[in-house]
Structures are given as C-alpha cells and as structure tokens.
Ligand binder design. Structure first.
Ligand code: ZN
Length: 359
C-alpha cells in the first residue's frame, strides 16, 4: 500500500501545473550539466562536479557559481537546443502542462553563436518536444538583462518583435531581469513601451530588493502584464503603500518563487514569504520555480512548500493551480483548452485524490 508521504508527493506531482517564471539557464538540471560537461573535457570546471551534486545543500555563493559555470558550458546553439529539450522534458515529467520559458539571447564570438541563433535554438527545442508529443504547451519570452543597458534592450525588443511576427504564438513577450542593483528601470521604459505597442507582453522583475520605490512606481506605470517577485512591494519602509494600490488597481498577477527567495535571502522563511499577503487578499498569484536547477527544486515542491507554510487545503492548492491559467500570455483559446484539460483531469480521478490527501 502507498504510504501517506508517497501519496502526498504524488498529489503534487500529478497536480496539473502552469509555470510562468522559469529562466532557461537556471533551470538546467545536474544531469544535463554533467551531459554538457562530458562533451567539453577541456574545460577547467570538471572539478566543480561535487558542487553540482550538492543539490539542496548548495549555499547562495555556490548557486551563483552554478550560473557562471552554466554560461561556460552553453556556448553553442546545439547546447541551447539540448538544454531547452531537457528542461521542457523535466517540467513535463513534473506535471507542468503549460510553460513559459525565458532567456537572454546570448552571443558567443568563439563559437559564432549569434543572438538570433540562440533564439532559434530555443524555438527548435520547443518544436522538437512538440513533435515528440510531450503533454506540455511551451512558449518563450526574450529576457532583457539590466546589465546590458537600454541599447542592448532595444535590440532585444527588435529581435522579439521579429520572432513574434514570424513564429505563430511561440514568442509572446519580454522579461526584464538581471542584477537589480545595476542600472535604473527608467532606462528601459522606452524599449518596454515599444514592445508593448507591438503587442508583446511584459513580465518584469520588480521590487526584488528593498528601497526601489521610485523605480517600482515607474515600471508599474507601464503597466506590466505580470510582476516577477515583487518581494518589497509590501514593505512598510517609506511611502510604498501606493505601490500595492497600483498593483491591485491594474490587477497585475505576481509570479512568486518561494525557494528562490528563501535561498536568495530576500525573505527570512517560507511562512514569512509575501505569498501570504497577496493570497489572503485574493490577488492573482502564480507559484513558480525561477531557477529550478540552481536552487534544486521543482514546481511540485514549490506547491507543497506553499501549502505547508500557509496551511492550504488540497482544494485550495487545486484552485491556485487552476487560477494560474488566467495569468498565461497565450491567447484565450489556449486558456480555454487548459481549463478543459484541468476539469477533465479532475473528473477522471483527481477529485478522489484531493479528498484522499485532505486529512
Ligand atoms: Zn527570475
């Protein structure tokens, strides 16, 4: 007979889920990293294997080290193609039915990889998974890295517009991310507005660190279609109350990544995560992984952690996942199809599981 622990784990894995905040490179698993490193025996990072294997026990510094290594081992379009396929397959195996991946197009002079080739490799990976019949619908957002400044941002917007027009609903929008201490949000308003006019959606990392009220207010004024983290929107410091009002008025959903914020030390513990604030208010929130490879987590685990920290019932967990469908960037017909899929899954046995683990 299946134990209680197993049946609870199975509930979260089989729960159909939507993932909207996943950076491609940060989502690469240890298994895929080893695969890539085996292809590059000359690299001097072979001795870092032990850190890759540390998984859950990785320190924050080791997490950053992982990012640096990842960039060294994903330098060719075929690497990007491989990691895209592997990441999609892992999300699918974790019960994710709809995924919006995001990544900064990167050029590598040494291998001749251009930003365009980078995006093409990602889209090829998505297409291949579709052809293989995986039960997951995948879309792509191009990321603007703050470190690149407004000139690079404009180029990224142009590239996104091209792919948006030429690839039927595969590229849906833009993400603004990267080191939040670098640059100022105001530098990106023009390219982001341009993207918006072209019909691209905006998912922006906002208020990841404290004392960014001015920048946050500017970015919220766009307004974005979704907010990444928004960890300090609710802080009492200064005059930030109006920021919460702005988010509520525009009804902007928040992408919340519990493990990433706890490991990244922007929140002291799971139970003190700002998920509680917005969820209690009935504001749309979507649980996401951010960087499942680097932070050694998956979306099932994130739902499980949120449920434990905030005493959510299995029915509430189900509703949280179902309501996430409303926040996707794909068209309303894609939304309806997902809603049907969720309802069918519930009708064909998931409702029994909801009551079974609801003790
Ligand atoms: Zn992120």
């Amino acid at each position: 007979m299946e134990g209680v622990v197993d049946s609870v784990a199975r509930f979260y894995k089989e729960l159909p889920k939507v993932e909207l905040h996943a950076h491609l490179n940060g989502s690469i698993s240890s298994v895929t990293m080893k695969k890539l490193m085996a292809q590059k025996p000359d690299l001097e990072i072979q001795n870092e294997m032990t850190m890759i294997d540390k998984g859950q026990k990785r320190t924050l510094e080791e997490c950053f080290q992982m990012f640096r290594m990842i960039h060294q081992i994903t330098t060719r379009p075929e690497d990007i193609f491989l990691v895209t396929k592997d990441v999609i397959k892992e999300f699918a195996a974790d019960g994710v039915k709809y995924l919006e991946l995001r990544s900064t197009p990167r050029e590598e002079k040494a291998t001749g990889m251009t930003k365009r080739k980078y995006v093409e490799a990602v889209l090829e990976g998505i297409k291949t998974c579709k052809e293989e019949g995986l039960d997951i619908d995948v879309r792509f957002l191009l990321s603007i890295d703050r470190r690149g400044g407004p000139v690079v941002a404009k180029d990224t917007v142009k590239l996104a517009e091209e792919f948006f027009l030429s690839h039927d609903e595969m590229v849906l929008g833009l993400d603004l991310s990267g080191d939040p201490t670098v640059g100022h949000g105001k530098d990106f308003l023009e390219p982001l507005n341009e993207a918006r006019r072209s019909g691209l959606k905006l998912a922006l990392h906002i208020s990841e660190i404290p004392n960014q009220e001015e920048e946050t207010r500017l970015l919220l004024g766009l307004p974005p279609d979704r907010i990444g983290h928004g960890s300090f929107l609710t802080s009492n410091a200064g005059d930030s109350c109006d920021l919460v009002q702005l988010v509520r008025q525009h009804h902007i959903p928040l992408e919340l990544c519990l493990t990433s914020n706890v490991k990244g030390q922007t929140t002291p513990s799971y139970s003190q995560h700002h998920f509680g604030y917005w969820y209690t208010m009935g504001h749309p929130v979507v649980l996401c992984t951010d960087d499942k490879g680097v932070f050694a987590t998956d979306l099932s685990e994130e739902y499980h952690l949120a449920a434990d920290a905030f005493n959510l019932t299995p029915q509430q967990v189900w509703n949280l996942s179902y309501d996430s469908i409303n926040c996707i960037f794909a068209s309303s017909s894609v939304k309806s199809n997902l809603q049907v899929k969720w309802k069918e899954l519930k009708a064909t046995g998931f409702s029994t599981r909801i009551s079974a683990v609801g003790c």
